[in-house]
Design a protein around this ligand. Structure first.
Ligand code: PMP
Ligand code: GLU
Length: 383
């Protein structure tokens, strides 16, 4: 299993900062906003009300009700409490799913670029990641034909995120339906739809695979509060799943971590019960920053970028620089390029190799406008 490249780059940037270097961190996908006041208040209230004990393994009953209402409100999805499992971050939700569903040698279909941890979470559960490449020409979105060509008798699971980390691409309902039309022919494949960036969507329209009646029984919807509510360190994620899968995740989690942090669960109720309009100010800011960073990148030679429709990343193709020597350093890969930007410009990004695309780097724009401007200026000057 390899180390998470996103976390490794963030750790490296932190280490350099501690050594006194002036580093701008655009590696980690982590909103720079503070947690909304009403969420903080719910956590404070929970402490004062003496919440302290182990929670039910799969989450408090009233949190599950809040999740059920959220799924209905935002996604038109109907779940029963027995179909919901709350975990310590969506990362644990994904790890549970891989552990309970994959057997040795099962293939996991990964539309590529994919979020870094999908591959290793699958591998550690005995699965074999199967990349389905989609480049910048198709806005990093796979076609139904490419999906079908990758399916074998061993295919067990498909994992994707929309809005996508790292490309920011968003599947429209029509595009998802076209993928579903392929998947209905292969009932052994479970779809894991990672919707953690649901609210950070500049198209205004979010589509869920489970909302198609013929996919509902085979789709697990993964979500969480890290991104939209800026609650990354509070570690709450959840799934809506077919009941037998939820039961298995509950069992797995009961042996590994028990229920998620009780205070964070209480705070999550407040987050999910509030209308999404309460967090629109963050989405608006991300939209402004997207415009800013795309404008600045357009001014740097050798960066080919799509227009991301959601999340808070740009994923430029920088293969133009391969084989070139800059300040005595020869760039042979996206990894070399990201290291060059870190060492020469003091800007931390993540190599696209970690997301299955060796031509790109990922830049997070979940940073202040001042940092984005300074970082792009520095990158431009060292290139
Ligand atoms: N899925 C995607 C696509 C992500 O970017 C992240 C970010 N960490 C996660 C899942 C996991 O989120 P968390 O564990 O913080 O809920
Ligand atoms: N999801 C974020 C990212 O991709 C956080 C880091 C992580 O959990 O790996 O940067």
């Amino acid at each position: 299993m390899s180390t998470s490249a996103t976390l490794a780059m963030a750790a490296k940037a932190r280490e350099l900062k501690e050594q006194g270097k002036n580093i701008i961190g655009l590696s980690l996908g982590e909103p720079d906003f503070t947690i909304p006041g009403f969420v903080k208040e719910a956590a404070i209230k929970a402490i004062e009300e003496n919440y302290h004990a182990y929670s039910p393994v799969d989450g408090y009953g009233d949190l599950k009700q809040a999740i059920i209402k959220k799924f209905k409100r935002d996604n038109n999805l109907e779940y029963k409490p027995s179909q919901i499992v709350v975990s310590t971050g969506a990362k644990q939700s994904l790890a549970n799913l891989a552990q309970v569903l994959l057997n040795e040698g099962d293939e996991v279909l990964l539309p590529t670029p994919y979020w870094v941890s999908y591959a290793d979470i699958s591998k550690v559960a005995g699965g074999i990641p199967v990349e389905i490449p989609a480049g910048i020409e198709t806005d990093f979105k796979i076609t139904p034909e490419a999906l079908e060509a990758a399916i074998t008798t061993k295919s067990k699971m498909l994992i994707y995120s929309s809005p996508c980390n790292p490309s920011g691409s968003v599947f429209s309902e029509k595009e998802l339906r076209a993928l579903a039309d392929v998947l209905v022919k292969y009932p052994q494949i479970i779809v894991v739809s990672d919707e953690i960036y649901e609210h950070i969507n500049f198209t205004g329209k979010h589509a869920s695979m489970a909302a198609f009646p013929d996919m509902y029984d085979r789709t697990v919807t993964v979500n969480g509060v890290s991104k939209a509510y800026s609650m990354t360190g509070w570690r709450i994620g959840y799934i809506g799943a077919p009941e037998y899968i939820a039961r298995a995740c509950n069992k797995m989690q009961g042996q590994v971590t028990s229920g998620a942090n009780c205070i964070a669960q209480r705070a999550t109720i407040a987050a999910l019960e509030s209308p999404p309009s309460k967090i629109q100010y963050m989405v608006d800011a991300f939209k402004e920053r997207r415009k800013l960073i795309l404008g600045l990148l357009a001014d740097i030679p050798g960066f080919k970028t799509n227009e991301p429709e959601g999340a808070f990343y740009v994923f430029p193709d920088i293969s133009y620089y391969f084989g070139k020597t800059l300040r005595g350093k020869t760039i042979l890969s996206a990894e070399d390029f990201a290291m060059y930007l870190l060492e020469e410009a003091g800007v931390a990004t993540v190599t696209g190799e970690a997301f299955g695309d060796p031509n790109c780097i990922r830049i997070s724009y979940a940073a202040s406008e001042a940092d984005i401007m300074e970082a792009m200026e520095r990158i431009k000057s060292v290139l």
